[in-house]
Design a protein around this ligand. Structure first.
Ligand code: SAM
Length: 314
């Protein structure tokens, strides 16, 4: 991701009606650290549910993803700190499987961290990181190695796409794969709306800081003058559609200026659409797989059935 793309996306989002910013830009160094805090908070049930699946069903997951005894590449899209995938990678390493781990993340600091950290966590692990956009980096990884692919897309990051975008994204991913390649996609399931809302409005205010940090990033990298105290974090959940959306609400009429003279006007209580965290039913998940042409493989759930890691085969 170049600074130019960032600038172009920020300007186009803030000049649109309604205003929006892409949540993929949450992850600068401070954003990475805040996301780690979110994952450690009690209100963010997703991490505990997902950790339970990966720690308790490691062997079953591993078998469902790699039945054949041939070399493979593990592509992890939006790897983050790779806590969950570490369970699987350790299992494969201990069983003597021949594979390379390719973490992909838009956060170059996360990729640098993983390249240093992962061989310490798992001795002799082969790691090659790719910093950048998901699909661009999948293409890079495909150019780099022709081996069979196991793609991991965890943490319900698929829920950050609008439904039609998620569909297109997974179709494009499908097109990059070869018959027999496997995909594991994490989906947060529809559940008690209060519980969902709390995960995006935690009592310690970490998700608020995570959202506001993007304004701070824009100030620093694009020379803007957002007053973060004049924006309020406001998440909502719609149980009909399963969409949980976070907004930043301007607390007054205000103008924000950028170093190049660009000026953006905010009306009192005007919203910036910051992030979608879509929730799914099993039917939703099956429909996506079927429409794209993925063959359904086992689905893995935590004991509360809050979360589903779905495995599909091309
Ligand atoms: C919600 S976190 C999930 C992290 C990890 N997979 C987990 O489950 O804990 C999303 C991760 O994806 C990365 N990311 C977000 N948008 C991206 C994009 N368009 N391309 C590549 N990486 C992206 C972020 O930097 C972040 O590390």
């Amino acid at each position: 991701m170049t600074q130019n793309t960032f600038k172009k996306d920020v300007y186009s989002g803030l000049k649109s009606k309604p205003k929006s910013l892409s949540s993929k830009y949450f992850y600068d160094e401070t954003g990475d650290a805040l996301f780690q805090k979110i994952m450690a908070s009690d209100d963010y049930y997703l991490t505990n549910a997902d950790n339970e699946i990966f720690s308790k069903q490691t062997s079953e997951l591993s078998k469902a993803l790699t039945s054949k005894n041939e070399p493979f590449d593990v592509l992890e899209l939006g790897a983050g700190d790779a806590t969950k995938s570490t369970y699987l990678l350790k299992e494969w390493q201990n069983s003597g499987a021949d594979f390379t781990y390719f973490p992909i993340d838009i956060s170059s600091s996360m990729i640098a961290y993983l390249e240093g950290e992962m061989p310490q966590r798992i001795p002799n692990l082969k790691v090659h990181g790719f910093a950048g956009e998901y699909l661009e980096q999948v293409r890079e990884a495909n150019r780099y190695s022709k081996r069979r692919k196991v793609v991991l897309f965890l943490g319900s990051s698929i829920g950050n796409f609008e439904l039609h975008e998620a569909h297109n994204f997974l179709r494009n991913l499908y097109d990059e794969l070869h018959p027999g390649d496997m995909v594991l996609v994490g989906f947060d399931l529809k559940k008690n709306p209060h519980q969902i809302l709390k995960a995006y409005n935690d009592s310690e205010g970490i998700t608020r800081d995570f959202n506001l940090n993007l304004l701070t990033r824009i100030n620093r990298e694009l020379g803007a003058n957002f007053d973060v105290n004049q924006f309020e974090h406001f998440p909502i959940y719609n149980p009909l559609t399963g969409a949980c959306r976070s907004f930043l609400i301007s607390q007054k009429q205000q103008n924000v200026t950028f170093i190049d003279g660009t000026e953006i006007e905010f009306q009192p209580f005007e919203a910036i659409d910051m992030e979608l965290s879509q929730k799914f039913s099993i039917e939703d998940i099956d429909t996506i797989a079927m429409r794209i042409g993925f063959e359904k493989q086992p689905y893995f759930f935590d004991s509360n059935r809050y979360y589903c890691n779905a495995i599909w085969k091309k």
